[in-house]
Design a binder for this molecule. Structure first.
Ligand code: AMP
Length: 421
């Protein structure tokens, strides 16, 4: 497999799938958080420093195959220019004559930015322009048509460059034109991952394939159903499984506890028991919260009390883990050598119910300083780490929530398999 480190971009045009799907100010369209652009910098700099040129392509938002001003990548130009410290050229399209001409005219050291890939329904291969009342046959025909024109789309993108770099981990679980299909048009020695994807894969493989033991997974967030496949795969790998967040109560109820009006997935009670059985069979210790901070409403100003999680008073709901649970969880974390964390311990967006998540975030930072490898992924746990300014104090914070979860589930990610054969 080709690697970006080994590849010499001198005199080469590289088409790079980056993730510039950044948040914009709704009025001024200024970039409000440039983290993702910064994430692509090492790859862009390597290409330019070698004496190559870079054609950057990305999606922004969900324009569903339609040109929409608010999703134009022109809004990111100045943020990109500031970070790469040079003027960049913007094509305003992906497929037209302009993109073709500008790509051909690109000189070493120059950067070209294509317009939002998702302005074209070919990027996702979905027939977005189908009327609501379309029949099944019409839908089938439209899908076939998009798939057909997708081939031309991919071919044209590929024709702009000598080599292909994928550095958009956040979309690696999608089999889109720019994330996977384009790789077919480049020889094996001319396609590679960028530095960001390399870092992501290294961190995840360290946890999945080379975890130093004890290995603890902390799974929080709202629902068991969202995390079931991840939990099942992890049960073959971890020593400890810590459960937190809303999914706690499906486990508590499944075991006969009283959960008041806490979040519960009634149709997942059996599944919760099966998870516990599988854990037992695999010698995995499962830690489920024993006490909680309850609220009388799902509200930042709700009245609160505390109780055991299996004795939640009627009319109350558990929205954060309690003191005993915090103590038990931090002890497990302290004694672990590898820790994977996905999902908050409580409704951390509300100050009254943020303590459990904050303490766990801090415990992870402490474990890291004591030599543990800690990987954090998933939008909300990442937000919790950032809120507590701990991103530099843990081993790795993943940039791709959905992609990371699918990788940990053991799925093949199209954007990864297209290059790693
Ligand atoms: P997820 O996207 O599945 O990781 O879920 C994250 C969401 O779970 C956050 O918005 C939290 O507010 C929510 N959450 C965490 N704990 C609870 C709880 N005990 N009850 C209801 N929602 C929760």
């Amino acid at each position: 497999m080709q690697t970006i480190d080994k590849f010499n971009f001198s005199g080469k045009r590289a088409i790079v799938r980056v993730d510039f799907n950044v948040p914009l100010n709704k009025q001024t369209f200024e970039v409000t958080d440039d983290t993702r652009i910064r994430g692509a910098l090492p790859t862009i700099n390597k290409i330019l420093n070698d004496g190559g040129s870079a054609i950057l392509m990305s999606h922004l938002g969900r324009p569903n195959g339609e040109v929409q001003e608010k999703y134009s990548l022109k809004h990111v130009i100045s943020a990109v220019e500031k970070l790469v410290s040079k003027k960049i050229t913007f094509t305003g399209d992906c497929m037209g004559e302009n993109a073709k001409k500008l790509a051909a005219a690109l000189k070493p050291g120059e950067v070209l930015l294509l317009e939002n890939l998702r302005f074209y329904e070919e990027e996702e291969g979905k027939p977005y322009h189908l009327g609501e009342n379309a029949t099944d046959d019409e839908k089938k025909a439209a899908k076939a048509k998009v798939k057909e024109s997708q081939k031309n789309f991919v071919k044209q993108l590929a024709s702009y460059a000598d080599c292909y770099v994928n550095d958009a981990f956040g979309t690696a679980h999608r089999a889109h034109a720019s994330t996977a299909l384009i790789a077919e048009y480049f020889d094996d020695n001319k396609k590679m991952f960028g530095y960001l994807i390399n870092k992501e894969l290294e961190a995840m493989d360290k946890v999945l394939l080379k975890a130093e033991k004890p290995f603890t997974a902390i799974m929080g967030g709202a629902k068991v159903s969202d995390k079931i496949l991840v939990i099942e795969n992890l049960l073959n790998k971890v020593d400890n499984l810590i459960i937190g967040g809303g999914m706690t109560y499906t486990f508590i109820k499944a075991q006969g506890g009283k959960i008041g009006k806490s979040l519960c997935e009634e149709d997942k009670l059996d599944l919760a028991l099966q998870i516990l059985e599988k854990a037992k069979a695999n010698n995995v210790k499962v830690y489920i919260p024993t006490d909680a901070i309850n609220a009388d409403a799902f509200d930042a100003n709700a009245n609160t009390n505390t109780s055991k999680t299996n004795e939640t008073p009627d009319g109350w709901m558990g929205l954060d883990i309690g003191e005993d649970t915090i103590a038990a969880f931090t002890e497990v974390i302290k004694n672990s050598k590898t820790i994977l964390w996905n999902g908050p311990m409580g409704v951390f967006e509300m100050e009254k119910f943020a303590q459990g998540t904050t303490v766990i975030a801090k415990a992870l930072a402490e474990a890291t300083s004591n030599g543990a490898f800690t990987l954090i992924g998933g939008g909300d746990s990442v937000a919790a780490i950032n809120k507590n300014k701990l991103a530099e104090k843990v081993s790795y914070v993943s940039t791709g929530g959905g992609a990371m979860l699918e990788y940990i589930e053991g799925k093949q990610l199209p954007g990864i398999t297209a290059i790693r054969k």
